[in-house]
Design a protein around this ligand. Structure first.
Ligand code: GSH
Length: 211
């Protein structure tokens, strides 16, 4: 059985949780206390030298890190990864956008505000995080004025990657009301049959659900 090392507060961890729910695949979920350094122990570093969740352990014991690589692996042969060459590349385009232009601003601002005591240095960087996050949301808004989804004609792993931290962007101080097309897209993702919310998160073996 697949095993997912995860943390219940993590949007990066939520990405594979949401895809696995849509695929109706059973897996074992292991909660890792990232705030207490549990990703930096010798045992965890032996599984992922980069010391981060999410981490997928395959049936043969191989480990796969990086949330979007995990999505790509799991989505093979499913409608969430288009077979058309250009649509596949556009799906990757938006997933790289998520990692470089979106997550470092929106997820980090949320993390600082919600889950940790902010340092002086973090407080001084917050305006730049806000500006970067708003720039990413504006790019998404522009795309969604013309298209329903990112990457393909239907929902793809690019939508899952972008949904994870966009739907909680308000927790990072972002005003989603300024991005109406993003709001409509969030509702489309949320209303898709088989959707699971980010929280609460079950422990142990997660049984397949209808998709
Ligand atoms: N680029 C990575 C980022 C993963 C990441 O930042 N994970 C955080 C939780 S969201 C983590 O494990 N932090 C604990 C640590 O750095 O020790 C991905 O997309 O999976």
């Amino acid at each position: 059985m697949l095993r997912l090392y995860d943390n219940h507060l993590s949007g990066n961890g939520y990405k594979p949780r949401l895809l696995l729910a849509h695929l109706g695949r059973a897996y074992e979920r292991v909660e890792v206390d990232t705030l207490k350094g549990a990703t930096r122990t010798p045992e965890f570093l032996a599984r992922n030298p980069n010391g981060r969740i999410p981490l997928l352990e395959l049936e043969d014991g191989t480990h796969l890190a990086e949330s979007n690589a995990i999505l790509f692996y799991l989505a093979e042969d499913s409608p969430f990864l288009p077979s058309d060459r250009l649509a596949r590349a556009l799906t990757l385009q938006w997933m790289f956008f998520e990692q470089y232009s979106h997550e470092p601003f929106i997820a980090v601002a949320r993390h600082w505000i919600q889950h940790a005591e902010m340092t002086e240095s973090q407080r001084s960087q917050l305006p730049d995080k806000r500006a970067g996050g708003d720039a990413a949301l504006a790019v998404m808004e522009e795309h969604l004025r013309e298209a329903d989804w990112f990457g393909g004609d239907g929902m793809t792993i690019a939508d899952i990657a972008l949904y994870a931290y966009t739907h909680v962007a308000d927790e990072g101080g972002f005003d989603l009301g300024s991005y109406p097309a993003v709001g409509d897209w969030l509702a489309r993702v949320r209303e898709r049959p088989g959707h699971v919310p980010m929280e609460p998160v079950a422990e142990g073996v997660i049984a397949p659900t209808e998709s």
